[in-house]
Design a protein around this ligand. Structure first.
Ligand code: GRF
Length: 205
């Protein structure tokens, strides 16, 4: 079976991209990181992609001021690279309607808390971990879910629990959760890649 072609969309550091790419280099990997897209020309994600020789594009309102044109450019890049699955990992922009309708349930997102807790508008980065600590939760951890129009509320695919320690700060908790993300996301993508229905070009049985 050919490898699932995965696009990773990221706005900043790109550590999840690196974890996915590392996993994709394993002999038994069922997927390839085929394309990286960032809205931030100075992102670590784009720098890594270029260094690793993964096709990489900066697409943003700076390159495409018209939202329709941006949506179209993204759709066409995904199609040029025969992308089967879109992974948003720290991607800070909403996807356009063309990309959303074309990929529908083939867009997944990683969130750094156990959804449905600590999700929704404004819940990203440090705010998520501050919220976990403020509510006194004893466990946290990443969630991978299908991206839908409403923030952080699409169907949950997988979660990974990590402890919240009594002396945690938002930063120490964030780094423990991030380490779990780097395991969970490649595992989920590998699992999805093993499902034939994810390959629109291939028969499902
Ligand atoms: C991760 O914590 C992810 O859960 C969230 O944004 C962060 C991205 O980190 N959506 P990185 O850019 O992959 O290092």
């Amino acid at each position: 079976m050919s490898r699932l072609q995965v696009a990773v969309l990221a706005s900043h550091n790109g550590s999840n991209l690196r974890a996915l790419h590392r996993a994709a280099l394993a002999a038994d990997a069922l997927f390839t990181v085929a394309l990286v897209i960032s809205n931030n020309s100075g992102s670590g994600a784009l720098a890594f992609a270029r260094e690793a020789e993964i096709p990489a594009l900066h697409l943003s309102t700076r390159t495409h001021p018209d939202p329709d044109a941006l949506d179209e450019a993204m759709c066409s890049a995904l199609s040029t690279h025969s992308v089967d699955l879109v992974v948003t990992a720290g991607y800070m922009k909403k996807l356009g309607p063309r990309v959303r309708s074309h990929y529908a349930s083939r867009i997944i997102n990683i969130h750094p808390a156990l959804l449905p807790r600590h999700g929704g508008k404004g819940m990203y980065g440090r705010a998520v971990h501050e919220s976990v600590l403020a509510t006194g939760d004893k466990i946290s951890g990443p969630t991978v879910h299908i991206l839908t129009d409403a923030y952080d509320s699409g169907p949950i695919i997988a979660r990974r629990e990590v402890p919240v320690l009594p002396d945690d700060t938002p930063d120490t908790l964030a780094s423990r959760v991030l380490a779990a993300e780097h395991e969970l996301l490649p595992e989920v993508v590998q699992r999805i890649a093993g499902r034939r229905e994810m390959r629109p070009g291939l028969p499902t049985s």
